[in-house]
Design a protein around this ligand. Sequence first.
Ligand code: SF4
Length: 198
Amino acid sequence: MSVFNLKEQNANLDSKIVVGLERLSQVFRILLWEKAKQHRLSPIQIQLLIFIKHHSADKSTISYLAQEFNVTKPTISDAIKVLEQKKMIKKLADEVDTRSYTIQLTAAGKSIVSDTEHFVNPVTEIIVDFNLPEKLMLWQNITKLITQLHQSGAISVQRTCHYCKHFSTKNEAPYCRLLEQKLLPQDVRIDCAEFEVV
Ligand code: SF4
């Protein structure tokens, strides 16, 4: 039976949780759409600009972006083409493989990011008022859900501690060998710049 069937949903906590998460995903979608409309861009174009700004050059390639956003390479290429026409990004050819390139933001692209990357603020403003135990419980459940969705193949790219070669244990507690620190639940990362695949 469908989780959207109200009789089933309201008699089943699992279904209510799934529908609640789906409702939350709508919030992010709507907030992003609002920003995209203001700048006459598509949501994926805004997401690409934000991602490129905050990640290293090796993650700013067509292949990586396609994996990251779970879409095809032609979809990313089309979005990048529009951003280039609008002079928001520039392509830097790979010195070895001249058919490949990395993507960099121009000043215009950076300005769009500054204007749009706070689209999540309505959610942030609620979260900051949660107390620490509430935040920790939420964070642990989010990381667990992301890890299991990655294992099932629903999330393709992972840069989290549990899949990183620097992840270890010390005195039976999670530990990062690179940062030389214990990983308390609040220290676990889902997008770490130092992440290296095992
Ligand atoms: S390098 Fe980053 S992802 Fe890897 S274990 Fe350390 S904190 Fe986690």
